[in-house]
Ligand binder design. Structure first.
Ligand SMILES: [Zn+2]
Ligand SMILES: [Zn+2]
Length: 56
């Protein structure tokens, strides 16, 4: 299951639309399985996530 981390309170959750704790809609970052929420440019999964998030 895809997990997300709130950039506001750093709470990890599975809700893509908003943080269940602080209800922050923006700043929900997908958590990479290999290294966490911080995206790495060389990471394959991160590229896929970034692509899906930008809608390209
Ligand atoms: Zn939050
Ligand atoms: Zn990654």
């Amino acid at each position: 299951m895809t997990r997300f981390q709130c950039a506001d309170c750093e709470h990890q959750h599975t809700t893509a639309t908003a943080c269940p704790r602080c209800r922050q809609v923006r700043g929900q970052v997908e958590v990479c399985r290999s290294h966490g929420a911080r995206h790495v440019a060389r990471c394959g999964p991160c590229r896929t996530l970034a692509r899906s998030q930008t809608g390209l």
